[in-house]
Structures are given as C-alpha cells and as structure tokens.
Design a binder for this molecule. Structure first.
Ligand SMILES: C[S@@+](CC[C@H](N)C(=O)[O-])C[C@H]1O[C@@H](n2cnc3c(N)ncnc32)[C@H](O)[C@@H]1O
Length: 292
C-alpha cells in the first residue's frame, strides 16, 4: 500500500478515541497480514537463516533451549522455526499489542504441514498454538518485572526495536538484565531505515532524517512509530543496561548506488549531523549481545 494512503489511514485512526482507533487498526492489520502470511513466512525464513549464521559463529546451540521473543507480531513464524528446525524446547513470546490472528495461525499451521510435513500439535484454546509456545500479548516489558519464566537462553527480536521509544528500550533492557537468569544472549535484528521507502521507491531510505523531532512527530502516529535511532544510539542503550556486544553486522550503501545518491540529495536535520556517514547509513543491524 502506498505510504501516503497508509499515513492518511493511520492519521485518521489517531483522531479516534484510543480504544476505537486501536480496534479498527487491529482489524485492518489482521486482514492484511492474514492475506500475506506466505510472503511473511518467506521473509522470516531469510532472517532466520541470517540469525542461525550469527548464532553458529558464536557457537550457540539452541537444542533444548528456551527462547524469549520480544515482539511476537501476527503469527509465531520465528517461534516455529526455533522449535521445529533448531529443536528449542520452548518459546515465550511477548508483545505490547495482541496482533496474533486465529486465521493467520491456521494458515501457518497448514503451511508447516504441506511444506515440511510437520503437524503442529495444537494444544491451546484461543489460538491454535503448540504447548511449547507461550504467548503474552498486551505486556509492556518496560513497565513489568513479572515474567513468565526467568530461565531463558536467548532473547530474540526481529524488526521490533526501531518501533520502541528510546527510554522504553533502555527500561526493557534493564528489566531483562535484572529479571532473567544470567548468563544469556540477546540477538536483535533491527531495521533502522525509513519504512515509508519500502512502499515508495521515490523516497530515500534515510528520508526521515531530514526532519526535526517535532516535524517527525507530525509525520507519523502511534500506529507507525519509528524512533529513528542510529547504530551508536542502540549500542549505548545496550551497554548502559549491562550488555556486552559479541558480534555486530550491518548493511551500508555502495557509493555508486541509487540508495547512496538519494541519501546525498538529502539535507540531514542538525540532530543527525554529529554521526559519521557510516553510522547514519548503517541498515539491517544484527547485534548479538551477552550478559554474565
Ligand atoms: C514490525 S512488527 C514485527 C513482528 C515480528 N517480530 C516479525 O518479525 O514479523 C513489530 C512488533 O513489535 C511489537 N512491539 C512494538 N513495541 C513493542 C514493545 N515495547 N514491546 C513488545 N513488542 C512491541 C508490535 O506490536 C509488533 O507486533
């Protein structure tokens, strides 16, 4: 969907009372995601392979391990990959929203049966989930010390951190450090680009960096929030919460690429002038952390 139409829908929903706005937002999201579940499985598959390479390089084996997912999204695609392809024993998955959708999960289960001959033994009432996926929606991890389990081996997130305000990110990491049994690892896959550029090819992936904080606030809503943090900001938050960086990888842009040309056409807002070009450009950030 064109980002201008999307933005108009989000801005219209933002005017409604909170409960009503979220109600309509969830229905639209469910409909869209239910119909794009096969596409989502393919993109998650790519991320999963990347994640496995990072974990293998750090000699991390997930057999019989417990994974804590931050940001469950619409269906337990990554949890199934961890359980069925890496023999993890359990995935607990938390989200500030309740996006899981009965129909999307039914489609995911059917896909696993047809494609991989894996019969997902559904054991739960509300959603057709196996017993070793524990779903905790509507939880703000920045504001809770009470977790379903504190024995976790890996915290994982994919395309979630960029949607969390900086102060909450710090609180979440402090809470994880305080409440989970050490040692454990954390693997975050972060997409720090301007998401509007995915739909609108005329926009630079860095377009939103031309706005001041106030201007950016006018451009988006709570439904499409993006914190615009750059690589060093994330690293600072992780280190301030007690984590150590084990490995870090990110994309950059080739100087002769269209992406770089569009970036150079932008005038960055002064808030972003103190970063090096490499720090600003760093995209698709994968960071493995540990805490002892
Ligand atoms: C872009 S989706 C990604 C979902 C999933 N990880 C995936 O890769 O498909 C971002 C998800 O993060 C969730 N989220 C946003 N802020 C969060 C927070 N503070 N705590 C937990 N989840 C959050 C959203 O509700 C949404 O489900």
């Amino acid at each position: 969907m064109n980002h201008k139409i999307k933005s108009l829908i989000f801005k219209s929903l933002d005017i409604l009372p909170n409960k009503m706005g979220y109600g309509v937002y969830h229905q639209i999201q469910k409909f869209l995601n239910r119909n794009s579940i096969h596409h989502k499985i393919k993109t998650n598959d790519r991320s999963f392979k990347e994640a496995l390479n990072i974990l293998a390089e750090a000699n991390i084996d997930l057999t019989d391990k417990t994974i804590f997912e931050l940001g469950s999204g619409w269906a337990p695609i990554i949890p199934y990959y961890f359980l069925y392809f890496q023999n993890a024993s359990k995935v607990v998955t938390y989200d500030i929203n309740e996006h899981y959708d009965v129909k999307a999960i039914a489609k995911l289960n059917a896909y696993f049966k047809d494609e991989f001959q894996i019969e997902v033994a559904t054991a739960q009432k509300k959603y057709q989930l196996p017993k070793n996926v524990a779903y905790f929606p509507n939880v703000n991890l920045a504001a809770t010390n009470s977790l379903a389990t504190n024995a976790v081996d890996l915290v994982f997130s994919r395309f979630v951190l960029e949607h969390i305000p900086p102060k909450e990110l710090l609180e979440i990491h402090k809470n994880l450090a305080k409440n989970l049994q050490k040692p454990f690892h954390v693997l975050h896959m972060i997409s720090p680009s301007d998401h509007r550029a995915y739909d609108d090819k005329s926009l630079s992936y860095y377009d939103f960096l031309k706005y001041s904080a106030d201007e950016w606030k006018q451009q988006h809503t709570k439904f499409d929030y993006h914190n615009r943090l750059r690589l060093p900001d994330y690293i600072r938050i992780f280190q301030e919460s007690g984590f150590e960086v084990v490995s870090l990888s990110y994309d950059t842009c080739e100087k002769d690429s269209e992406k770089y040309r569009k970036f150079k056409e932008l005038t960055l807002h002064k808030d972003f002038e103190h970063y090096t070009e490499e720090e600003v450009l760093a995209g698709s950030i994968n960071v493995l952390l540990k805490i002892r």
